[in-house]
Design a protein around this ligand. Structure first.
Ligand code: PLP
Length: 399
């Protein structure tokens, strides 16, 4: 078949203005809160971070919630708290953002990938068990796109081999598994509030957990390794010295970020409902195209609806995934790719010698996945523009 990759041109784009992928919804409530914080001059870590942690903890139903300045920072800290050090192995999915694997290396460990399931696109418990060695310490599932992983099987394997379970919940704030928020399952969970996520604070993250020792250790590592009381050292009570008990990091969240988070969290459920409407609209519109729409929701779970991804049937198209991406750009529709599988990036290929066929399902998805605009901010008109554009582009390349 002739590939007509670069041939696409649109006489008149579906939209006049470009629809940015993952543009966040920012409302007056959080804008006013940020201004109030600025006027208070308490712009570092202070009372608003405390309130945001408490609100988030209640929402997830965990014992502790510790705010940090990114999910990446949070994942680094929880791996250190779990005791990961030189040569320890952490099993995770290749179908994730690079940060999930990078932090394993930051902590001194070795990322070991296990391939994904074809339907859910989440890490496959059978593949996890195959990858366990004497050096394995942690299983690090990612609830990809917001779809909960098969936690019963993962917890069972963890118990059998005495492993810790740390969830990358960057996509999964609202996700539930068998009646519980996924962020309250396993040993520790880490969330992202990066600009494209379901809750945004510019940059930011949160760790949820139930073990008081881990909570203490992480709190200390978050701010230079200063002993616990150092957090209160700028209060008006009295001067307090700080004492460094570990060579910690600078991973604290600020009140500026928390000011956004507090109000974003209040809208988390109404935004989820709006995305559910868009989800069903997309599914209905795309089910007859040469694509795979997302799998049905698993029973007794709740999908967090972070990403809406199509898997292109490129054998039926006269172009590849990037051809479709570029054509959609010409229609003024921004898209994303989640993800180029981690084992296919140059560092991972060279350092660990990974090849495409080592993780066949992840490699397959990596070549075909495309994420469509899916923010609660989208108007009905925006949603229809996306649908018209996707249909126009796929019909063009189907000829
Ligand atoms: C966004 C993302 C991260 C990183 O989040 P930051 O807050 O930007 O550090 C980690 N894992 C996954 C799966 C992500 O999508």
């Amino acid at each position: 078949m002739i590939k007509k990759n670069a041939a696409y041109s649109s006489k008149k784009p579906v939209r006049d203005d470009f629809l940015i992928f993952g543009s966040p919804q920012i409302m007056d409530d959080e804008i006013e809160e940020v201004v109030k914080t600025l006027r208070s001059c308490w712009i570092g870590t202070g009372p608003k971070v405390g309130k945001f942690e408490e609100d988030f903890r209640k929402y997830i139903g965990s014992k502790y919630a510790l705010a940090v300045n990114s999910c990446t920072a949070g994942l680094h800290l929880v791996l250190l708290a779990a005791g990961i050090k030189n040569g320890d192995e952490v099993i995770t999915t290749p179908m994730t953002f690079c940060a999930t694997a990078n932090v394993i290396i930051h902590s001194g460990g070795k990322p070991v990938f296990a391939d994904i399931e074809k339907g859910s696109l989440n890490i496959d418990p059978f593949e996890i068990e195959k990858k366990i060695t004497e050096k394995t310490k942690v299983i690090l599932p990612v609830h990809y796109t917001g779809r909960p992983c098969n936690m019963d099987s993962i917890l069972k394997i963890a118990k059998k081999y005495s492993l810790k379970v740390i969830s990358d919940c960057a996509h999964a704030i609202e996700a539930e598994y068998h009646g519980k928020k996924v962020g309250s399952i396993g040993d520790m969970s880490v969330f992202s509030f990066y600009v494209t996520k379901n809750l945004v604070t510019g940059e930011g993250g949160m760790i949820t957990l139930s073990d008081p020792q881990y909570a203490d250790d992480i709190r200390i590592l978050t701010l230079h390794g200063m002993s616990k009381d150092a957090w209160k050292r700028y209060s008006d009570e009295e001067y307090k010295h700080y004492f460094v008990v570990a060579p910690g990091y600078k991973y604290n969240m600020t009140d500026m970020q928390a000011s956004l988070g507090i109000h974003q969290l209040k809208r988390i459920e109404s935004n989820w409902k709006r995305r559910l409407e868009i989800w069903y609209r997309y599914n209905q519109a795309f089910k007859t195209l040469p694509v795979m729409i997302p799998a049905e929701f698993e029973e007794n779970t709740r999908h967090a609806l972070h990403l809406y991804t199509l898997i292109l049937d490129i054998d039926k198209l006269q172009t590849d995934r990037d051809g479709v991406l570029n054509a959609l750009y010409k229609e003024n529709i921004g898209t994303g790719v989640h993800f180029i599988a981690v084992h296919l990036h140059p560092y991972y290929k060279e350092k660990f010698g990974y090849k495409k066929e080592d993780f066949p399902i992840s490699s397959y998805i990596s070549d075909r996945t495309i994420s469509l605009p899916f923010s609660a901010k989208l108007s009905d008109r925006d949603v229809e523009d996306v649908i018209i554009s996707v249909k126009r582009v796929l019909e063009y390349y189907s000829r």
